[in-house]
Design a protein around this ligand. Structure first.
Ligand code: NAD
Ligand code: IPM
Ligand code: MN
Length: 361
């Protein structure tokens, strides 16, 4: 009997359900090829959940996630809910889910997936293959006090030594499995939280003498990411810097629609989501790029099912389909979301050549 993996599927808002449908299609294809059995359970989150239940993260959704092997999430938010107060917004449902699942390390791999899809000169982006490890459950997004008091608004940037140390250790371990260079990004010339961050990175790095660690200020990092993206291996940074730098890195390799993410903690279930949002400008048109969602499913195979060969099969299928010119309009193509999903699912099922022993993180 093949092992049965229960996956909670939270499509959410805008293009979220459109791209997640393709990710589920590709996981099912991987199941057929590798003799795995998936059971998919759909649930509400974000604006769709607010409309149906009044809450952006209903109790039933959280309970389903907790009882699943992994959670696949699309996107939350959109103009329809923009007037709601901060804590009632769709995005808070996602933030609460991350906090409840304690998935503090958000892995956002960024690589050049095909020739000619970056807006930058080929020479400038050649060899780009980096991994952003974004702290996900602390910092400005969560710390209190937070709120509006008349003409006063407050967000709090707060980090503890332990919150920093655990995500830095994840990044150091990943750097060790890659090219062994870790760039820690901060604003230590101004922020006390960044000075603590730097101290903790130095302390944790002592246990990884084989990893070269450098510190970079976030404004410089933003510039270097565009100027010389291939010089980065693993980047570790706090929550908001990681949010911003990952969208920038997506632009470098061609589209926000390409980037996946895995949010990991000390125990399952982990959360998998494309880096992009609900894309209200193209929602409902069937043209959102499903690659970020599909590659998130590949990360699910790697980190929640411990099936690196199935993950590589999906990643190779994505590369082959993009190289064949089947691309959505964000990459200059004319394929639909469903076209791209169908082609990648077929390539996974038929079996594209998989690089032996090749394991991407
Ligand atoms: P966005 O990521 O939704 O879109 C930014 C731009 O990128 C848009 O032009 C969009 O069309 C394009 N884009 C994004 N994903 C794409 C894809 N898969 N294929 C092709 N093009 C794609 O960011 P935004 O417009 O600033 O935010 C819209 C809403 O989404 C907001 O409510 C925001 O809070 C929410 N959001 C949610 C998440 C999430 O749920 N993880 C992430 C970011 C933004
Ligand atoms: C992301 C998004 C979210 C974030 C928002 C929607 C809360 O931008 O996943 O990158 O900032 O974490
Ligand atoms: Mn973001």
């Amino acid at each position: 009997m093949p092992e049965r993996y229960r996956v909670a599927v939270l499509g959410g808002d805008g293009i979220g359900p459109e791209v997640i449908r393709e990710a589920v299609k590709v996981l099912s294809a991987a199941g057929r090829r590798f003799d795995l059995e998936f059971a998919f359970d759909e649930a509400l989150i974000g604006g769709a959940a607010i409309d149906a239940t009044g809450s952006p993260l209903p109790d039933e959704t959280l309970a389903l996630c907790r009882s699943s092997r992994a959670v696949l999430f699309g996107a939350a938010g959109g103009p329809r809910w923009d007037a709601l107060p901060g804590d009632a917004r769709p995005e808070r449902g996602l933030l609460r889910l991350r906090a409840e699942l304690a998935v503090y390390a958000n892995l956002r791999p960024v690589r050049l997936m095909a020739e000619g899809i970056s807006p930058l000169r080929a020479q400038a982006v050649a060899g780009t293959d980096l991994l952003i490890v974004r702290e996900l459950t602390g910092g400005l997004y969560f710390a209190t006090p937070r709120g509006r008091w008349g003409d006063l608004a407050i967000d709090t940037l707060r980090y503890t030594r332990d919150e920093i140390a655990r995500v830095v250790r994840v990044a150091l371990r990943l750097a060790r499995s890659r090219r062994r260079v870790l760039t820690s990004v901060d604003k230590a010339n101004v922020l006390e939280t960044s000075r603590l961050w730097r101290d903790v990175v130095e302390e944790e790095a002592r246990a990884f003498p084989d990893v070269t660690v450098r510190h970079m200020l976030v404004d410089t990092a933003a510039m270097e990411l565009v100027r010389a993206p291939a010089t980065f291996d693993v980047i570790v940074t706090e929550n908001m810097f990681g949010d911003i730098l990952s969208d920038e890195a997506a632009g470098v390799v061609g589209s926000l629609g390409l980037l996946p993410s895995a949010s990991l903690g000390d125990h399952a279930p982990f959360l998998y989501e494309p880096v992009h949002g609900s894309a209200p400008d193209i929602a409902g048109k069937g043209i959102g790029n499903p690659v970020g969602a599909i590659l998130s499913a590949a990360l699910l195979l790697r980190y929640s099912c411990d099936l690196p060969s199935a993950a590589v099969a999906v990643e190779s299928a994505v590369d082959a389909v993009l190289a064949s010119g089947v691309r959505t309009p964000d990459l200059g193509g004319s394929a639909s979301t469903v076209d791209v999903g169908d082609r990648i699912a077929a390539a996974v099922e038929e079996g594209q050549p998989v690089g032996l022993g090749e394991i991407r993180s």
